[in-house]
Design a binder for this molecule. Structure first.
Ligand code: TXA
Ligand code: MG
Length: 348
């Protein structure tokens, strides 16, 4: 574990991890969204080790991180005009774009697909690692597959200690949910994963951008509808069973109280993910507030770490309140629906 100041990274510490990357090793580091687990994207055995360390299925490719726009050209077959527009507006930042890929990329890095996911992170440590290692860096979120993504170095340590070479501790990440993924490799642009860049902001630039049906799905979609490998794998699931309660807020609170009584009567320990506005309505359980439901960026930044925290208190069931799907709320609701494995209860 190497502590690095995220505002003013010590270049000699970064050089240590740049050397590890160049030698085919694995390093976890902070980005503005979540912590990533990095490997040299052009080194097939390093990327294979990356999949193994996370227990990640080989058919789910990682995002490739670069430090400047010109670094995409060797990686992609073409850059469509929509990509130029989005890159100018949103890079560096929490936006991943899917391109048709070039032949220079090892097959394992893109899981055999003919496309590639690329982003420029907006974080001094991440950018400096990419620059000093002089490689494009494959970096999925630095959690064990199926666990909530890590927003602190401690989360990475809990999941991956002993399985990777180093962790850079640059403090908690600011956005707290992963980047938004937009596919520009097909006939029309499609948002595949909601994340740190809001759909509304992207739609302003690209009026024909569509949401993939999976993004707001309330049930598991059939396999033929799936267009991102990440869509079909289990995700963000704590040990406890998560139930997501949706509806207007008073109905949600009443339903959660009713459910918690029911579970307590069955001798089960209950955790509640509430919001500032509802927090005091509940008593006697592990209760955490995600923040104000009117400040969805704060809710997003607390989501994964509170899921882990409630889970670590040994509860059997976590009852989570729904929030609005505006702005970062779309990413929050998408992660909560997946964390609940689509066990969604409509309160009325
Ligand atoms: O914010 C983030 O994006 C973080 C930080 C570390 O940058 N990274 C991250 O990576 O969330 P990961 O690997 O956990 O998620 C990558 C997502 C997966 O859902 C994967 O299926 C999708 O991107 N993906 C990768 N390559 C793709 C491709 N060629 N076509 C469609 N989806 C792709
Ligand atoms: Mg992930």
């Amino acid at each position: 574990m190497i502590k690095v100041d995220s505002e003013n990274p010590d270049l000699s510490k970064i050089q240590i991890v740049a050397n590890i990357i160049q030698n085919g090793g694995l390093v976890a580091f902070p980005t503005e969204t979540v912590y990533g687990l990095g490997a040299d994207a052009l080194n097939p055995s390093a990327v294979l080790a990356l999949f193994n360390a996370k227990n990640r299925p080989l058919d789910n490719p990682p995002i490739i991180h670069i430090a400047e726009k010109s670094a995409i050209y060797p990686l992609v077959a073409e850059v469509p005009p929509e990509a130029e527009l989005l890159m100018r507006k949103f890079w560096p930042g929490p936006l991943t774009l899917i391109f048709k890929r070039s032949k220079n990329i090892p097959d394992v890095t893109v899981a055999g697909l003919d496309t590639i996911a690329i982003r420029i992170p907006k974080h001094k440590i991440a950018l400096q690692i990419i620059k000093q290692s002089q490689r494009p860096i494959a970096a999925p979120s630095a959690n064990l597959a199926t666990k909530p993504s890590p927003t602190t170095a401690q989360h990475v340590y809990e999941d991956l200690n002993g399985r990777i070479d180093a962790i850079i501790d640059g403090g908690a990440t600011s956005i707290g949910v992963e980047s938004t993924v937009v596919d520009l490799s097909g006939d029309k642009p499609v948002l595949l994963r909601p994340g740190g860049t809001p759909f509304e902001a992207l739609k302003k630039e690209l009026s024909n951008l569509e949401l993939h049906p999976f993004v707001s799905a309330e049930c598991d979609l059939s396999l033929d509808k799936i267009s991102s490998p990440g869509m079909k794998h289990k995700h963000y699931a704590p040990k406890a069973e998560v139930l997501l309660v949706e509806g207007n807020i008073q109905d949600v609170v009443n339903k959660i109280k009713e459910l918690s009584k029911y579970y307590v009567a069955k001798n089960m320990a209950v955790g509640i993910l509430a919001t500032d506005e509802t927090y005091s309505s509940y008593v006697g359980h592990v209760i955490k507030s995600l923040g104000s439901r009117f400040n969805l960026s704060v809710v997003a930044s607390n989501l994964f770490s509170l899921l882990r925290e409630v889970d670590s208190q040994g509860v059997d069931v976590i009852l989570a309140e729904s929030v609005s799907t505006e702005g970062l709320g779309l990413a929050v609701m998408n992660r909560l629906r997946k964390a609940s494995c689509y066990r969604i209860i409509k309160a009325s």
